[in-house]
Design a protein around this ligand. Structure first.
Ligand SMILES: [Fe+2]
Length: 656
């Protein structure tokens, strides 16, 4: 096992501090603390993270968060988060603010041979109070009890699970939007999750709504969810509110004009943004393309495989173009379109970015690498369409909301085409309104499915799916208990097929807030659960209200759920013909790629089931077929055209 640690900032602090301690007989972080050396520069940095600054101990706490973060000293290790991928285990230990005289170091120990054995130490990084461990040569077949410790008394304990490769069904819980209108615990959700026992937790963003107090709000989030995150891999990615903005169009890291964010970029100093990224994403697998963006803001897009399900983790706001000044204003805000004469095509302008070139290049590589993967999923903050009509209250109808990833439309379609190549679905949050849609690209129902999870607490900004003409869409979903399913255009002109949605029954945020803990009221809150079954490549979308009673079984889910699809439903193109059947001789479940030679387009790259596969095609080609055990690295046929059913090709994969 090889150990290495992050935290160059602390090395600087320690060396500088050691010098000062010798000179002035005071502790290093006393000297570095307080207003003389604020952690965030400039006017915009003055009011950030005040509840967790290292000079708080000289003040009386006043606000809820200021009081919350002052825990007894045997409780200063708040929680830990981990993932392991490709032989690397990464753990973040999150601490409450430390006092000047307390050590700035965390110890990691594993339970081995009947005792705790220390395996690594890491410095506590300020601001943010986090410590990060990265262990290589990790054997992911092991189940290991871990403990992160501070000082003599404080510790947090959990279990590193083995990779569940032998489980047929991999379960993912998907959550987002943890409104700060409810400062209490989330026991009603945690208890259900412990019973449902997901293999992976995905928190899609808005873990904090305390824009200027990320560390304190993050500590509160960890306190709320620590009993479920302690013993399973957890993905957390920050969204707009986590980095202190109402919305975020990151535009490659430029400086935003104001916190609403619609000019593009980040409003608060990069030191604050990087602290949020460090606390929320350091435990994720290393970024696949780690170069920072403008202002040296870090990136975190990466990949995590859990039990054969391959997750692309995408930051869908970080490179996206801001609307202000790039497109005409067509409503009260640059991102809200209310003009009924609006032409969606008028804002789909060349050069506008969505995921950005670097993430698109990563996604394209990811679709072609099936090592350790049976099914693929993209995770990101928000939806690739505008699947809501009413925003904030039931009397506020928008034509379109440019905060969603239905805009820019051409880029949205480009992302969907890449996902379709891998028959990958998309899980996200942000909207507060749970929906399952099938995206349409050229036609209705020809693209991947997307599942937007509900808000954990839905009392901040409700949304509703409520078509203005109150009519069902084309080909409504058979058997749905809801009135508005089927094929619709969203306000941006994107094709979507609404499968189901969880509208709150109350019409204003104030009403939702008043009833936020009333189990009898449907607020549309809760969480999503997705079951990926490898043996038959099925996917089951579930949506559980916050106060659902699991003893009622599926009847406790929102109406319209559960929804079961096949992985290949994420590619709804209608085949116009087939290529000769591939009959593999020396490999089972190989990867097959088909390329249209007329335009070099990759039609798909997938791991098939078994030894026989008849590739569908959607034009006359001609086509190239590439195959491999994990990647399409061998051309086995070129210039093929669709053929009658009886033709076949015998395939041996070489070099294996
Ligand atoms: Fe949110």
């Amino acid at each position: 096992m090889v150990l290495s640690f992050g935290g160059s900032e602390r090395k600087w602090c320690w060396s500088y501090g050691a010098w000062l301690a010798g000179l002035l007989l005071i502790t290093p972080c006393q000297r570095l603390s307080g207003n003389e050396n604020p952690p965030f520069p400039g006017e915009r940095g003055k009011q950030l993270d005040l509840a967790c600054r290292d000079d708080i101990w000289s003040r009386e706490p006043k606000t809820f968060l200021e009081k919350f973060v002052r825990v007894s000293r045997d409780q200063v290790v708040a929680f830990a988060l981990y993932t392991h991928e490709n032989g690397v285990l990464k753990i973040t230990a999150q601490l409450y603010p430390l006092k000047p005289e307390e050590p700035r170091e965390v110890r990691l120990a594993f339970w081995q041979d009947g005792d705790w054995r220390e395996v690594a130490r890491a410095p506590v990084i300020y601001p943010g109070w986090s410590a990060h461990f990265r262990l290589t040569a990790w054997d992911n077949t092991r189940r290991v009890r871990y403990r992160v410790c501070h000082g003599e008394k404080a510790s947090f304990e959990g279990v590193i699970r083995p990779d569940p490769r032998d489980k047929d069904e991999i379960v993912v819980a998907s959550l987002s939007c943890n409104s700060n209108a409810d400062r209490g615990d989330r026991q009603e959700i945690v208890e259900k999750l412990i019973k449902q026992d997901p293999d992976l937790l995905f928190f899609a963003g808005d873990q904090s709504y305390d824009h200027q107090e990320h560390t304190a709000a993050w500590l509160l989030w960890g306190w709320q969810f620590r009993e479920i995150i302690r013993d399973r891999p957890t993905i957390t990615i920050p969204d707009d509110h986590d980095i202190g903005q109402g919305n975020l169009w990151g535009e490659g890291g430029i400086v935003a004009d104001y916190p609403a964010g619609d000019s593009g970029g980040y409003y608060y100093p990069p030191e604050y943004i990087n602290m949020v990224h460090r606390c929320q994403t350091s435990h994720l697998p290393d970024p696949v393309d780690p170069a920072p963006v403008a202002q040296s803001i870090s990136v975190y897009f990466t990949r995590l495989r859990v039990g054969g399900i391959d997750f692309a983790i995408i930051a869908d706001r970080q490179f996206k173009s801001g609307p202000k000044g790039k497109i005409p204003k067509m409503g009260p805000r640059p991102d809200h379109v209310t003009d009924p004469n609006f032409d969606p095509k008028s804002i789909d302008l060349p050069g506008l970015q969505l995921l950005g070139n670097r993430q698109m290049a990563f996604l394209q590589r990811w679709t072609q690498d099936w090592q350790g993967a049976v099914m693929k999923v993209m995770l990101s903050q928000t939806a690739l369409c505008g699947a809501a009509h009413l925003h904030g209250s039931k009397d506020n109808r928008l034509i379109a909301d440019l905060d969603c990833n239905g805009w820019p439309q051409s880029e949205r379609n480009r992302v969907l085409r890449v996902l379709r190549q891998a028959a990958a679905c998309h899980l996200c949050g942000d909207q507060h309104l749970a929906v399952v849609v099938q995206h349409g690209i050229e036609e209705f129902r020809d693209g991947p499915f997307g599942f937007t999870n509900p808000a954990i607490v839905n009392s901040y900004y409700g949304r509703w799916w409520s078509p203005a003409d109150e009519k069902p869409g084309g080909r409504p979903i058979p058997g749905s208990p809801l009135p508005w399913t089927g094929d619709y255009f969203d306000g941006l002109g994107n094709r979507i097929t609404m499968f189901t949605y969880a509208n709150p029954e109350l019409g204003t945020n104030a009403a939702l807030r008043k009833a936020q803990r009333d189990p009898a009221v449907n607020r549309g809150d809760g969480y999503a659960l997705v079951r990926f079954r490898k043996s038959d490549r099925s996917i089951r979308f579930e949506c559980w209200p916050r106060f659902a009673d699991l003893s009622q079984g599926d009847a406790a889910q929102y109406p319209g759920w559960p929804i079961k699809i096949h992985m290949l439903d994420n590619d709804g193109r209608k085949p116009t013909g087939h290529l000769p059947e591939l009959q593999f001789q020396n490999v089972t479940d190989p990867v097959v790629q088909v390329i249209d030679e007329s335009n070099s387009e990759i039609l798909y790259t997938r791991r098939i089931i078994g030894k026989r596969f008849r590739p569908p095609v959607f034009s006359n080609g001609p086509f190239t077929i590439k195959v491999g055990r994990d990647r399409p690295d061998q051309i086995i046929a070129e210039h093929l055209t669709p053929t009658p059913a009886e033709s076949a090709l015998t395939v041996r994969i070489s070099g294996q």
